[in-house]
Write a protein of this length. Structure first.
Length: 657
C-alpha cells in the first residue's frame, strides 16, 4: 500500500474516532488520544492528546491511565507532575491487567519518584510485572535478587530471571546472564556460554558495554579462540559509539600493535578521548604519553595535570595508619618523614613510599656516574644512623616537588642497601623560589640534561634553606667558588639574589661551553677578585641583550639583580619569539617576519639569530677538550677553610667590604 493511501486511511480513522468519541466510548477516546499524540490522520497536538487520555483514564481504561501517567511524568500536554504520574501508574497497576504500569510503578518505588522510596514495594511490583510477561521487569527482578533489594539476596533466582529476560530478547539481561556464566554466580562457570550471550548482545548493536566485553573475550581467548583482529574490531565499534573503557582498549591496541598496525598518534588520541570521557586508567595512560612524548609532544605540565586528576578521582590519600604497621625503615626519622608525606598527600605525585631494596633492578647511582632510565638512586653515605637534620635536604626537595611539577627530580621514596645499610633516595626525572626556598649551591654539577637536550633538571638541595631561615645561616661557607655570589664569600647571609648570581654564571657557561675560571686556582685570590667585581670574560658574538641580562644577574649589589619571575618572563619571551622565527623560516629562506612582537623583542631575536648563524660557521673550530687548572674545583666544598688557612690580608678585605 502506498504512503498516500495509508495517509488517507489514517485521516478516515481519525475522522471516525472524533465522531465516535462524543458517544463516550473509552476505547475510542484512547484511540483519539493516540492520533493526536502520534500525528496520525491529524496535526500533532499534545494538549488534546492529554485531554482525551485523561477522559479515557477517568472512564476506567487501564491503558489510558498508564498513558496519562506518562503525560504527567514527561510533562507532555500538561505540567510535569511526578506525584500525579505515580497516582495513575498505581491505579493502572492495581487494575491488574497492565504490566507496563506495574513495571513503571516499581520504577517509581525503586527511585523514590513522586513518593517515598520503598524497595520492598518496588520488588513486589517488579515481580507482578515479570510474572505478567514484562521483559524489562524480569531483568529488574533479577537485579533485586542479585543485590538483595527489597528481598533477601538470592543469586539462583537472579540467574533464573536474567535467563528468562535474555531468552525473551532483553539485551541488558543478556549481559547480566553472561556475567553469571563468567563469574560463576549460582551456575557453573561456562565461558563459552558467557561468550555466546556477549556476542548476541553485541550484535544487537545497541549496547556498547556488550561490544566491549566481546572484545575482551576475543582479546583474552575467553570462551572462544583468541582473535586480536576481532578484539580490535569490537573495541573500535564500542569506542566509536562512545564507550570510554573501549576507547582505552582501542588506545592499547594501537599502542602495542594488537590486531592492527602500531600507531602511537592514534593511541594518544584514544587515550585522550577516553580520559576526557572520565576513564581513570586512560587518564594515567594519557599522563604517560605526555611524560614520555609518545604520540604527541612531550609536555610535563600536562602529564602532571592528568596524574593529579587520576589521584584525585581515586582519592589517594594514604590515610589508613594501619598500613604503617606493614613496613618500617628501622629509622624513626625516616618513618616519620614518609608517614607525614602519605597522610598529607593530595595527589599521587606527593606520595612517598618505603621501597624494599629487592623491588629495584638494574641499579645505577647518580653520584657514582651512572644514570638509570627509570629511576636515579642517590646514596646517603654513612647514613645508617640518620637523624632529622640529615633529612633536611630531602624535605626541602620534597616541598619543591609538591609546589611545582617543574624542573626537579621527583622523589619516589626511600630504600636501604642491605649490604652497607646506607639509605638511598629513589628519584625520578620529573620551583625553588616559588616554594619560599633558596637553593644555596646552584652550579652546573647540580643540573641534569635530558637525552634530547631540551630539558634541564635541578637536583641536590643539600644547602637549600627556607627564606625565613636567613638569620640562622651557618657560620661556614660551602659551595663551588666560581658560582658563589660575592656577598656569600663575604660571609653575609645567602638570599634569593645569591641564587640569581649563580644563575648568571651558568648563563655565561652556556655561551662559552667551558667552566668559569677554569684556568686559575680556586683559592683566596679568586675569592678576593670576585669580591672586587671580577667576572668571567664575555665571549665574542654573545647577543647584546643576553649580555645585559647576564650582567644584571651578576651585579655586585644583590638588590640590583632581577627576580626569578622577571628572569623567567624575559627569557620566555626570547624563546617564544625565536621559536616563531624558526617556524616561519623552516624552509631555509629567512624572511625575518615574526608577527605580534614589539620592536625591542624583534631586535633581540635578530641578535640571537645572528649569533646562532655565527656559531654554526665556527663550530668546526671549537675544541671540546678543556684543560683545567690543577687547583680548580667544581664540586661543593668548605670555602671557609680556605679563608682561614690563608689568613691573609685578602681575607680581612673580603670580610670588611
Amino acid at each position: 500500500m502506498s504512503s498516500n493511501n495509508i495517509k488517507k486511511d489514517l485521516e478516515k480513522a481519525f475522522h471516525w474516532y472524533q465522531k465516535a468519541a462524543k458517544g463516550g466510548s473509552v476505547k475510542v477516546m484512547r484511540g483519539l488520544a493516540v492520533c493526536y499524540y502520534n500525528e496520525e490522520g491529524t496535526k500533532k497536538d499534545l494538549e488534546k492528546a492529554f485531554h482525551w487520555c485523561q477522559k479515557a483514564a477517568e472512564s476506567g481504561s487501564a491503558k489510558a491511565m498508564c498513558g496519562l501517567a506518562i503525560h504527567y511524568y514527561n510533562g507532555k500536554g500538561t505540567e510535569k507532575d511526578l506525584e500525579k504520574a505515580f497516582h495513575w501508574y498505581e491505579k493502572a497497576a492495581e487494575n491488574g491487567s497492565n504490566v507496563e504500569a506495574m513495571y513503571n510503578l516499581s520504577f517509581h518505588y525503586y527511585n523514590g519518584k513522586g513518593m517515598k522510596k520503598d524497595l520492598e514495594k518496588a520488588f513486589y511490583w517488579h515481580q507482578k510485572a515479570a510474572e505478567g510477561g514484562d521483559v524489562e521487569a524480569m531483568r529488574g527482578l533479577a537485579i533485586c535478587y542479585e543485590n538483595g533489594e527489597g528481598i533477601e539476596k538470592d543469586l539462583k533466582k537472579a540467574f533464573h530471571w536474567y535467563q528468562k529476560a535474555a531468552e525473551s530478547g532483553d539485551v541488558e539481561a543478556m549481559c547480566g546472564l553472561a556475567i553469571c556464566y563468567e563469574n560463576e554466580k549460582e551456575t557453573e562457570k561456562d565461558l563459552e556460554k558467557a561468550f555466546y550471550w556477549y556476542q548476541k548482545a553485541a550484535e544487537d548493536g545497541s549496547n556498547v558495554e556488550m561490544m566491549r566485553n566481546l572484545a575482551i573475550c576475543y582479546e583474552n581467548g575467553k570462551g572462544t579462540k583468541k582473535d586480536l583482529k576481532k578484539a580490535f574490531h569490537w573495541y573500535q565499534k564500542a569506542a566509536e559509539d562512545g564507550d570510554a573503557e573501549a576507547m582505552r582498549g582501542l588506545a592499547i591496541c594501537y599502542e602495542d600493535g594488537k590486531g592492527t598496525e602500531k600507531d602511537l598518534e592514534k593511541s594518544f588520541r584514544w587515550y585522550q578521548k577516553a580520559a576526557e570521557s572520565g576513564d581513570v586508567e586512560a587518564m594515567y595512560g594519557l599522563a604517560i604519553c605526555y611524560e614520555d612524548g609518545e604520540g604527541t609532544e612531550k609536555n610535563l605540565e600536562k602529564a602532571f595535570f592528568w596524574y593529579q586528576k587520576t589521584a584525585e578521582i581515586n582519592k589517594i590519600r594514604y590515610k589508613d595508619k594501619q598500613e604503617f604497621s606493614k613496613w618500617t625503615s628501622k629509622n624513626k626519622y625516616i618513618d616519620k618523614f614518609i608517614q607525614e608525606a602519605q597522610l598529607n598527600a593530595k595527589s599521587n605525585y606527593e606520595v612517598l613510599e618505603w621501597i624494599p631494596y629487592n623491588k629495584l633492578s638494574n641499579i645505577n647511582y647518580y653520584d657514582k656516574g651512572g644514570f638509570s632510565y627509570d629511576v636515579i638512586l642517590k646514596t646517603l653515605n654513612n647514613s645508617s644512623n640518620i637523624d632529622d637534620k640529615f633529612l633536611d635536604e630531602w624535605k626541602y626537595h620534597y616541598n619543591c616537588q609538591k609546589n611545582s611539577f617543574s624542573k626537579f627530580i621527583q622523589i619516589f621514596g626511600i630504600t636501604q642497601d642491605p649490604y652497607n645499610l646506607n639509605y638511598i633516595i629513589v628519584m625520578r626525572l620529573k620551583v625553588i623560589h616559588e616554594s619560599d626556598l633558596i637553593h644555596g649551591d646552584l652550579h652546573d654539577g647540580n643540573i641534569l640534561m635530558s637525552d634530547n637536550h631540551n630539558e634541564l633538571f635541578i637536583i641536590d638541595l643539600g644547602l637549600c634553606k627556607p627564606i625565613n631561615d636567613l638569620q640562622t645561616f651557618d657560620k661556614e661557607i660551602y659551595g663551588v667558588m666560581p658560582y658563589m655570589a660575592p656577598e656569600v664569600l663575604r660571609k653575609k647571609p645567602y638570599t634569593l639574589a645569591s641564587d640569581i648570581y649563580s644563575f648568571s654564571i651558568i648563563m655565561w657557561e652556556f655561551t662559552s661551553g667551558i667552566p668559569p675560571f677554569n684556568d686559575r686556582a680556586h683559592d683566596h685570590q679568586l675569592i678576593y677578585d670576585i669580591c672586587k667585581n671580577e667576572r668571567p670574560e664575555i665571549k665574542k658574538n654573545t647577543p647584546k641583550c643576553y649580555v645585559n641580562l647576564m650582567k644584571k644577574c651578576w651585579d655586585s649589589n644583590p638588590s640590583n639583580r632581577p627576580t626569578i619571575t622577571e628572569l623567567e618572563h624575559e627569557i620566555s619571551e626570547w624563546i617564544g619569539c625565536i621559536s616563531k622565527f624558526y617556524e616561519i623560516n623552516r624552509d631555509g629562506n629567512e624572511k625575518y617576519q615574526v608577527p605580534d612582537v614589539n620592536n625591542k623583542l624583534y631586535d633581540d631575536m635578530l641578535e640571537f639569530v645572528k649569533a646562532n648563524n655565527t656559531l654554526a660557521q665556527e663550530q668546526t673550530n671549537i675544541s671540546t677538550i678543556v684543560q683545567l687548572h690543577s687547583q680548580a674545583y667544581y664540586t661543593s666544598r668548605n670555602i671557609t677553610k680556605i679563608l682561614v688557612k690563608e689568613n691573609s690580608e685578602c681575607l680581612e678585605c673580603i670580610i670588611k667590604v
